[in-house]
Ligand binder design. Structure first.
Ligand code: LFR
Length: 489
């Protein structure tokens, strides 16, 4: 029986998940869970990177205390963020959080150096203000000391892997999200990097998901009293891992990875880089086994998480299930909004922003928590329909239903409303998508699974999938028309 560990770092918490493979049956156990709280310092928003590293080591210790000697480990996290390593091997400054405001006006500025159409043609990546390309450009404008000529660029999992192994590599799925990687030439886009005044030498060797990426270094072995565990590069972008774990049987499938973000799209063999993809702002992120994720980011449950935090600040603590109950009891379709309006990107008072949006668009602002949460969940479900339709148009495929994976599937009302909004069945599961995809790629690397399809079949057979049939077609169709008009889509 093969035992391995996936470290899966999400925007709100990190987990060490033990995976056991018994024949083709996968079992998982949560060894360690820890908060991942961003840290505002002055005007800047940081990740607490050393704490995350500490917690990964705690996970390894917990495994050791449970008598487990993992055959390998892998790390995945959110995309786009990074640290720079100086010539002495030390981290230059604390990595910024992608919701930091330093990239706010950078898109327009950068497009004066390299037009948007050229950036898209070279990278196939959607324009999000926080993409690495805009972060590096902002640092360059600010003459940041981090951008030393002989520095090295490591994304969050690359960096944590480096701390553990002492070896520096860039992993492919995450590298594509920088918007500096060219999937057509199959490497960093040296010309784009030069045109932006950045340095090609910062960017290192790119490892494919499943490649060997070193072993636990001697100092860590000694510190924790563990062996030289092999470390694999997995699909280190969490969305890449989540999509690897979609338990689809058919090669043509649509997915929604539902967590802090909602990522909706399909898997393709070649990136779709054309005018329509740029117009709809779709992305082509690198995946497992040569695939790409043709998808679009949707703001996701972030708006609900931030609303909950706001109410907590005001002294009212709701659990997520309480909030969903309040939403269920609130008036249907009272107020709709585009979750991807830029007003919702940065941390802060979402209920007030939703009310302002309502006023701006001639709607009655929701007053209580139930009304706010209902408007968030209905608006998300309607946005899912919009993005699913665009996915069909761009990929030329028609989907029978939608696979939902990720922690968001615990919100069963959202799953049902998604089925209602798209007018097709939703198949929800597994919730621990990213961790399972991380495990699956390690087992592909070690030869336990022959390919991604064998891994997906094993996931399908090992974890429940809940089906939701569409209901109330007429009301949801009417609401969709209103939603499109309000959102100006
Ligand atoms: C999801 C995710 C998205 C990425 C966003 C920022 O966790 O990785 O795919 O666009 O976070 O990195």
């Amino acid at each position: 029986m093969s035992q391995i560990i996936a470290f899966d770092l999400g925007a709100s918490s990190g987990r060490a998940i033990l995976g056991r493979l018994n024949g083709s049956r996968i079992e998982t156990e949560e060894l360690h869970r820890f908060p991942n709280d961003p840290v505002p310092v002055g005007d800047r928003l940081h990740w607490d990177i050393l704490r995350l590293y500490h917690e990964i080591k705690q996970g390894l210790l917990k495994a050791k205390h449970a008598g487990i000697e993992p055959a390998s480990i892998g790390i995945d996290s959110w995309a786009v963020d990074f640290g720079m390593i100086g010539a002495d091997g030390e981290l230059l400054g604390n990595p910024y959080h992608y919701r930091d405001r330093h990239t706010d006006d950078m898109m327009e500025k950068l497009f004066k150096d390299v037009p948007a159409a050229e950036v898209f043609a070279r990278t196939g990546i959607q324009f999000l203000p926080f993409n690495t390309i805009f972060q590096l450009y902002a640092l360059k404008q600010a003459n940041s000391q981090r951008l030393q000529p002989d520095a090295k660029f490591l994304m969050i999992p690359d960096l944590l892997r480096y701390f553990l192994t002492g070896e520096m590599y860039n992993e492919f799925s995450n590298a594509t999200t920088t918007q500096l990687y060219n999937p057509l030439s199959g490497g960093w886009d040296a010309e784009l990097i030069r045109k932006l005044g950045l340095s090609e030498s910062w960017f290192g060797q790119v490892l494919q998901p499943g490649a060997a990426a070193g072993r636990i270094r001697a100092s860590v072995m000694e510190e924790l009293g563990i062996g030289a565990i092999p470390v694999y590069a997995v699909a280190e972008h969490d969305t890449g891992s989540a999509v690897a774990a979609v338990p689809a049987l058919d090669r043509s499938f649509a997915y929604l990875s539902c967590g802090t973000w909602s990522l909706l799209g399909t898997e393709v063999d070649q990136p779709v880089i054309n005018e329509a993809a740029q117009k709809y702002n779709f992305t082509n992120e690198g995946g497992v086994a040569g695939t790409y994720r043709l998808l679009k980011n949707i703001m996701g449950l972030w708006i609900l998480q931030e609303s909950r935090r706001e109410w907590e600040k005001a002294g009212v603590t709701y659990s997520f299930s309480e909030l969903v109950k309040l939403a269920e009891a609130a008036q249907p379709f009272a107020m709709l909004f585009d979750p991807d309006d830029p007003t919702f990107l940065h941390p802060g008072d979402m209920p007030s922003r939703i009310r302002e949006y309502a006023k701006r668009t001639g709607q009655t602002p929701p007053e209580d928590a139930g009304g706010i949460v209902r408007s968030i969940m209905e608006s998300l479900a309607l946005k899912y329909r919009y993005v699913l339709e665009l996915t069909e148009e761009l990929s030329g495929k028609a989907f029978d239903g939608l696979h939902m994976v990720g922690g968001g599937i615990h919100n069963t009302l959202l799953c049902q409303w998604t089925a209602n909004a798209i007018g097709k069945p939703v198949w929800a599961g597994p919730a621990e998508g990213s961790a399972l995809g991380n495990l699956a790629v390690q087992w592909m690397a070690s030869g336990e699974f022959k390919d991604i399809w064998e891994a997906r079949r094993a996931i399908r057979e090992s974890f429940p999938v809940a089906g939701y049939e569409p209901e109330q077609a007429n009301v949801w169709n009417d609401a969709y028309g209103r939603f499109l008009a309000i959102s100006r889509l």
